[in-house]
Design a protein around this ligand. Structure first.
Ligand code: 0PR
Length: 368
């Protein structure tokens, strides 16, 4: 068999995005594909060689800084939200080095990447409970902070429900206690700014030190393209190691060799769509989320919370069974455990037609 035929045969076993209602990734924007292929051999691990790509990354960081209300953004495009979260907490821990047995306080709704962070960085992870709207309880966060706390974490767009933590209050708390506040906006970072009357989750709050914002989620860039943005250069300095034989003298990234494709594809999409274009994409996803909610309500399912963004879950005792039945019919949805529910992420590839076709199959499964 021809190699490309062989590759195609494997690729055809993958489920196409048009059947996937659970992913935070999506089909890249056509301009992202073009940009990706132009930068396919670039390696930002040795920036003295790829100086044009490095310049482009700086421009992209300025764009992200503007979106996040930061005048002097410092950061880089990494492998994803996991790496961005690791680096945000690693910088906080290094800046507050004098503290021994460091700990961080995170919402109990935080993404599982924080499990890895505890393990890798040797910081104790303290989990604060949530209110009835699934937002972290600020009072609980406050009670968990002690002299060894290096950072608190807020989420802008929780993985399971798309909820936004009270970042304004968390920021005040971080300022009062002289500790860092890392905001995980891996998903919401490229949703909230384009919503009408956006919640102020970003650097407008003086206590926010770093933000995770992933172009490979709602930014429609090619994978991998995560983003970590710091309030100032000082955080990057806290991450640096010496690189004696490279074109640069120091490196603040977690990985060594790293692609410029995410930089190029993320930049291309944001530049091409602009603020208004992104607003249109986000609004369409929000409209489609409302459509799904209406259809699900007509089948007797009420959302766990009124959706804040394009993530929504519906309580169902037999959530696992529903997910499996749907998978047999080549539909991918996900489930959450608290409360037991089926969950959907309405990405740009989840169009009105996709939702209608999904509902028609789902109706058969629930027998309504
Ligand atoms: N922070 C938040 C709030 C997230 O939701 C995620 C990923 C991360 C950090 C980690 O990002 P990376 O996966 O880029 O490192 N959230 C999704 C999840 O784990 C990612 C995902 C994407 C899941 C595509 C499934 C899928 O098909 O649920």
């Amino acid at each position: 068999m021809d190699i490309t035929d062989e590759l195609r045969a494997y690729r055809e076993k993958d489920i196409p995005y048009s059947r996937v209602l659970s992913s935070m990734c999506t089909i890249p924007h056509p301009i992202a594909l073009e940009a990706h292929s132009m930068f396919i051999e670039t390696n930002l691990g040795d920036p003295g060689i790829f100086r044009g790509t490095l310049e482009l990354e700086k421009k992209l960081m300025e764009m992200l800084g503007k979106i996040l209300h930061c005048d002097n953004p410092a950061g880089y495009i990494c492998s994803g939200g996991t790496e961005a979260n690791i680096q945000g907490i690693r910088a906080a821990r290094n800046i507050q080095r004098s503290k021994n047995k460091p700990n961080i306080v995170i919402p109990e709704t935080a993404h599982f990447s924080f499990e890895k962070i505890g393990d890798i960085l040797g910081v104790e992870i303290r989990r604060a409970g949530i209110d009835e709207e699934y937002r972290v309880e600020v009072g609980m966060v406050e009670r968990l902070i002690d002299d060894s706390t290096v950072a608190i974490v807020g989420i802008a767009g929780t993985t399971e429900l798309g909820q936004i933590d009270p970042i304004v209050e968390l920021s005040k708390l971080a300022e009062e206690r002289g500790i860092e506040l890392h905001v995980d906006a891996a998903f919401g970072g490229l949703v909230i700014p384009f919503m009408d009357d956006p919640y102020p989750f970003d650097f407008q709050n003086k206590g926010v030190s770093s933000i995770t914002i992933d172009p490979h989620k709602m930014g429609m860039a090619t994978i991998p393209a995560g983003g970590i943005v710091f309030r100032s250069e000082k955080y990057l300095r806290a991450l640096e190691v010496e690189t004696p034989y490279l074109t640069s003298k120091a490196q603040f990234t977690l990985t060594g060799t790293r692609p410029g494709t995410g930089v190029a594809s993320a930049y291309a999409v944001l530049k091409h769509l602009g603020f208004d274009g992104m607003k249109e994409v986000v609004n369409k996803c929000l409209d489609n989320t409302r459509l799904l909610v209406e259809e699900m309500m007509s089948l007797g399912f009420e959302p766990v919370i009124e959706p804040i963004m394009n993530v929504v879950a519906f309580p169902a005792d037999d959530a696992e069974r529903l997910k499996e039945e749907l998978y047999r019919r080549n539909w991918v949805i996900s489930t959450i455990r608290n409360p037991r529910a089926i969950r959907f992420v309405i990405m740009p590839h989840v169009t009105e037609e996709v939702i209608k076709s999904f509902i028609s199959d789902f109706r058969k499964i629930v027998g309504r």
